[in-house]
Design a protein around this ligand. Structure first.
Ligand SMILES: Cc1cc2nc3c(=O)[nH]c(=O)nc-3n(C[C@H](O)[C@H](O)[C@H](O)COP(=O)(O)OP(=O)(O)OC[C@H]3O[C@@H](n4cnc5c(N)ncnc54)[C@H](O)[C@@H]3O)c2cc1C
Length: 494
């Protein structure tokens, strides 16, 4: 049984002519355009259609045209842009690299896309206190490379790390394969500098490992998807770089074997750095690549990596192989060099481009369930795939129960969008029924707003909206995100 599905924000028409926003916002006047130019310089404000198109989409398959694009270089500029936007009642949408998977940076109600990539300085790497202070536009992998040269380590590793920004990571609380052992972005943020929706500059947390002064505003902003404030400076905790790592590829004759192996490894008190899995549908997409070491009997596989001191690694790797030995294992291999480790990781990296071959349209969800419920979730996904006759390809961070569920369809087939809507709702409902969460790391944005009610009850959503209303009385900052645009409670924000 389906509960009635609220209107999907994506069914709204594209605001191509800057006309017809029913949101009550204003359009960009000549006066505002002039003021923005005076503030950030002529070349850093654009009303050009090409620039607007370039900033109209993210990694979802949806587009909404902004009215203007502004590139800010300092916190002061961000403050002033926000103040102008308030004065002129125009929405502001913060943007990093635009790699978000849930539409967080789409200007669904028009307005100004405020790009933060010019703020890309690593301000300090403090080797005594093991912290780094950065501007929000720093690319995640760039910080990682810089700190690793100093034998330090910044663990959160979204697969997009070569192009996404740390500001975007904070706003989405990004994760990645290594998070099973090291945690997600919120576990590394010590302090933030934030421009509030009304243009004030505030500071949360600090640079110390402990800090319990006042409310924990740092956590409030992390994962708030650019709806509560614009992050202009971030202080991050660093770790010593692990001395070595060991990568294992374990192939199974059944998905049950692989799923039970995940539970067995964790229950065996081993927390690997990464514990990635690929199911049979995923393997079918990459099996014909002769360079990948996948044996014929393999129906699911795990990539397990452990890190730490050399002598400890041997013991951990042996324990892992012992723990899974009886669970339908058909092949194992352990990398003895960096090159062999890379060859194993190539299996995982080849997945994303290959799954597109099944069907042209991909609905990529990042549900998370308690680790022990991974087998139940996989079984439920297989049942859904069979019932609705749509391919569902599952892979991801099994070690923390975070499964990337990819519903692969051809939307040009009649009625397919409706089928997808039903399948997604069933996936999210099952996830919540198993004690899980509808997003492990990609956030809600616009893509998952229609399903928020499945996980958060009315009182909880109302509490969140009360916070939004208090901080952003005119709903200037990134409107139409997280909460449904047609949600009655959201309407009260206007
Ligand atoms: C190929 C690919 C692989 C990916 N793999 C992963 C993965 O493994 N793990 C994972 O967690 N994610 C992954 N992602 C998703 C995405 O990269 C992350 O969500 C990332 O954190 C977004 O960063 P960004 O700079 O692109 O932000 P954007 O997409 O520009 O923005 C994302 C959100 O953050 C807000 N925002 C951006 N900057 C600021 C700021 N300074 N202050 C306030 N709000 C801000 C925006 O308004 C928006 O709501 C992947 C994406 C792609 C395309």
């Amino acid at each position: 049984m389906f509960s009635p599905r609220p209107v999907n924000v994506f069914s709204y028409p594209l605001p191509v002519n800057n006309q017809g926003f029913s949101s009550g916002f204003c359009m960009i006047s000549d006066q505002l355009y002039q003021a923005l130019q005076d503030l950030v310089g002529k070349k850093n404000v654009s009303l050009e259609r090409t620039d607007r198109i370039t900033h109209s989409y993210d990694a979802t398959q949806h587009e909404h045209l902004p009215e203007a694009v502004v590139y800010a270089a300092t916190a002061l500029e961000v403050q002033e842009v926000v103040r102008l936007a308030n004065r002129h009642r125009v929405p502001i949408i913060p943007r990093g690299a635009g790699s978000g998977f849930t539409g967080g940076t789409l200007p669904v109600q028009g307005g100004i896309v405020l790009v933060l990539t010019r703020m890309n300085r690593i301000l300090e790497i403090d080797q005594e206190n093991l912290t780094a202070t950065v501007e929000p536009g720093v690319i995640t992998a760039e910080l990682q490379r810089q700190v690793e040269q100093l034998d330090l380590f910044y663990p959160p590793d979204p697969a997009s790390r070569e192009f996404c920004t740390l500001g975007g990571n904070v706003a989405e609380c990004a994760g990645g394969p290594r998070c099973v052992k090291y945690g997600v972005t919120k576990d590394y943020v010590l302090g933030l500098e934030v421009v509030t929706p009304t243009g004030d500059l505030i500071h949360t947390g600090g640079v110390t490992m402990k800090n319990v002064v006042g409310y924990d505003l740092t956590r409030l902003f992390i994962g708030s998807e650019g709806t509560l404030g614009i992050v202009t400076r971030i202080t991050l905790r660093l770790l010593p770089k692990p001395a070595a790592k060991k990568t294992m590829l374990i192939q199974f004759g059944s998905i049950e074997g692989a799923a039970r192996a995940v539970s067995a490894i964790i229950a065996g008190r081993i927390i690997p750095t990464t514990l990635e899995f690929l199911d049979a549908n995923t393997l079918a997409c990459i099996r014909d690549n002769p360079e990948l070491p996948i044996v014929e009997a393999c129906q699911a596989l795990l990539i397990v990596e452990v890190d730490g001191d050399e002598d400890m690694l041997e013991r951990q790797a042996e324990t892992v192989l012992k723990l899974v030995a009886e669970l339908d294992v058909v092949h194992t291999e352990t990398a003895r060099s960096e090159a062999e480790s890379e060859a194993i990781w190539q299996v995982r990296r080849s997945v994303s481009p290959a799954v597109r071959r099944i069907n042209p349209n991909k609905f990529n969800e990042d549900i998370v369930v308690p680790r022990s419920r991974v087998p139940d979730m996989i079984r439920a996904l297989d049942r859904l795939s069979e019932r609705y006759q749509v391919p569902i390809v599952n892979f991801g961070h099994a070690g923390d129960g975070n499964i990337h569920v990819n519903v692969m369809v051809d939307l040009s087939q009649p009625g397919m969008q409706e089928t997808v809507d039903q399948v997604l709702e069933q996936i999210f409902q099952t996830t919540v029924d198993l004690g899980g969460s509808i997003s492990g790391e990609h956030g809600i944005g616009t893509a998952k707003a229609p399903y928020l009610h499945l996980e958060l009850d009315q009182a909880t959503r109302a509490y969140m909206l009360t916070i939004k209303r208090a901080l952003d009385p005119d709903n200037i900052l990134n409107p139409g995100k997280i909460f449904l645009a047609d949600d009655q409670a959201t309407e009260q924000l206007r």
